[in-house]
Design a binder for this molecule. Sequence first.
Ligand SMILES: [Zn+2]
Length: 137
Amino acid sequence: VKGKLPSTPERRALMGRVRQMDTAAELAVGSALRRLGRRYRKNVRSLPGSPDFANKSAKWAIFVHGCFWHRHSDCRRTTTPRSNTKFWQDKFDRNVERDARNQVALCDAGFRVLIVWECQTQQAETALRDFFESRRI
Ligand SMILES: [Zn+2]
C-alpha cells in the first residue's frame, strides 16, 4: 500500500470495522451460494483481481465489495474521512480503477461477473439467483 499515514487509534478502529463487515458479507454470499447448490472456490488468485468466489469451469466470478473501500455510489456507507482527504481520495481512486481493470480482464476471458455490495448482502440470494438465471449459467 503506497502513501503512508501514521496509524491512529481512530484509523485502526475504522479499518477493523471495515474488515469485519467484509467478512460478514462474504460469509452471507458463501452460504447463499451453497443454498443455491453452486460450487465455488474462494479467493481465486489465478483470476484477475482474485475474485472472492469463482467457478473457473462454469466461468463465473463474484466479488463481494465493501462499500467504503470500493466506493459504492449513492450509498451511505461510502463516506470519506475528513482528515487527509487527498490520501484517501487517491487510495479510493486506485481501488475503483483496479476493480474496473479486473472486471474487464475477466469479461475478456469469457467470465460472467457479479458484484455483490456489502450493503446488499441481505438480499444476496436473490441477487445470485437472478445473476445465474439471467446469464444462463
Ligand atoms: Zn453500499
